[in-house]
Design a protein around this ligand. Structure first.
Ligand code: PLP
Length: 423
């Protein structure tokens, strides 16, 4: 990562991320060679799902071709190898999040399942009528609906921590919502719509002072910055593999061991038991207790490869590179007449939502697709946030490790075409 030529050649202005060789990163992503409508692909939708580097693709292919069998089963060579790789991936995740113990890492199919696991296991076992859960106005549906289901089942109260018009998490208002009945605070670590980085340490401190547990939805956080669950001292932390340049079908729930140990299983079946008779079943210890059935074996191993990949680049270097991109893209977007940025919190990851006076987000997305630019348009699985902001949809450009300033230039050029078409 020492070759800085590309960065220095970059126009206009200087890059703040000289340690990061974006061209070398790009060379690892085969899909970036695709053309769309005859134009080079400019992929600005990593917040929906990120592209995969050759290292992940090769790992997945290699496992299927040479090391595949079911895990935790056979006393034969191939199954032992697959098991070692699968459990090795768990060690990589433990390391990545700096969890204390590998048994605190539960593989799920995505972050949605991770959150549902906490709601359906911990929530059902330990919450009672009248207890309170706090979420925020900028949650993804994945961190709203499971709590609503639990609320309706148990007679809980769901409280909503507000955000300001520019997308800042309002800590004082949050603090006022905490009571002795608050049992859980479930908040996104980074907003998928606004890019806002929430004040996680303060949230944990205030919640713990009130006696509540804290869950972070880290789907957008782990991809943009280093995360240390011990330093955060959160109780649960979830993320999803496909946004971290890994395969789809794999997610992670981190939970403190004493909490996970006390929780009943979420799903029942093979692999999560110690012994079964028709009268009684005893459960396996962590982490197997929460991994019923054949797990996403190759997906987990692929996630391990993705973690190796981003760790080698360095999460701090990635954060610096993306901060540079966000600053640049924000300036360029502000130059487009009639464009309004949605979400301008000072502490922000590289997600740029916007609207245009003349065109609906879906029209924006369709028009710029002709120029090869892929962005997301819609409510981004955050309908309550859209309602809060008085919007039905936004266009969203999100920047990942393989994006460069030129991508923002192509985006802005394409948006000028939108303006010409729609006036
Ligand atoms: C994408 C996303 C989710 C859902 O991820 P899945 O992989 O679909 O489970 C949840 N929360 C946030 C903040 C997200 O960005």
């Amino acid at each position: 990562m020492s070759d800085t030529t590309e960065v220095m050649d970059m126009r206009p202005g200087d890059s703040g991320a000289a340690a990061f060789d974006v061209e070398r990163v790009r060379a690892d992503f085969p899909i970036l060679n695709e053309t769309v409508h005859g134009r080079p692909l400019v992929f600005l939708d990593s917040a929906a799902s990120a592209q995969k580097p050759r290292q992940v693709i090769d790992t997945v292919r290699h496992v299927y071709e040479h090391e595949y069998a079911n895990v935790h089963r056979g006393a034969y060579h191939l199954s032992e190898r697959a098991t070692a790789l699968y459990e090795g991936a768990r060690d990589k995740v433990r390391d990545f999040l700096n969890a204390r113990d590998r048994k605190e890492i539960i593989f799920t199919s995505n972050v949605t399942e991770a959150i549902n696991l906490v709601a359906k296991s911990w929530g059902r076992a330990f919450l009672e009528e009248g207890d309170e859960i706090i979420i925020s106005e900028m949650e993804h549906h994945s961190n709203i609906v499971p709590w609503q289901m639990l609320r309706d089942e148990k007679g809980l109260t769901l409280k909503i921590a507000p955000v300001s018009d520019d997308g800042v998490f309002l800590l004082d208002d949050f603090e006022r919502l905490l009571t002795e009945r608050t049992k859980l605070v479930a908040i996104t670590h980074v907003s998928n719509v606004l890019g806002t980085i929430t004040p996680a340490e303060e949230i944990v401190r205030l919640a713990h002072d009130a006696g509540a547990k804290v869950l972070f939805d880290g789907a957008q956080a782990v991809v943009h910055m280093p995360v240390d669950v011990q330093a955060l001292d959160c109780d649960f932390y979830g993320f999803t593999g496909h946004k971290l340049y890994g395969p789809s079908g794999i997610g992670v729930l981190y939970g403190k061991a004493e909490l996970l140990d006390a929780m009943p299983p979420f799903l029942g079946g093979g692999d999560m038991i110690r012994s079964v008779t028709f009268e009684k079943t005893t459960y396996a210890p962590l982490p197997a207790k929460f991994e019923a059935g054949t797990p996403p074996i190759v997906q987990a191993i692929g996630l391990g490869a993705a973690i190796d990949y981003v760790s080698e680049l360095g999460l701090a270097n990635i954060a610096a590179h993306e901060r540079d991109l966000l600053t640049y893209a924000t300036q360029r977007l502000a130059s487009v007449e009639g464009l309004r940025l949605i979400g301008t919190a000072p502490d922000k990851a590289s997600v740029a939502s916007f609207t245009m006076e003349s065109a609906h987000p879906h029209d924006i997305s369709t028009v710029i697709d002709r120029a090869g630019v892929a962005i997301r348009a819609g409510h981004h699985c955050a309908e309550p946030l859209m309602a809060r902001l008085g919007l039905v949809a936004t266009a969203r450009a999100s920047f990942g490790i393989y994006n460069r300033r030129e991508d923002a230039d192509v985006l802005v050029e394409a948006l000028e075409t939108v303006r010409e078409i729609f006036g």
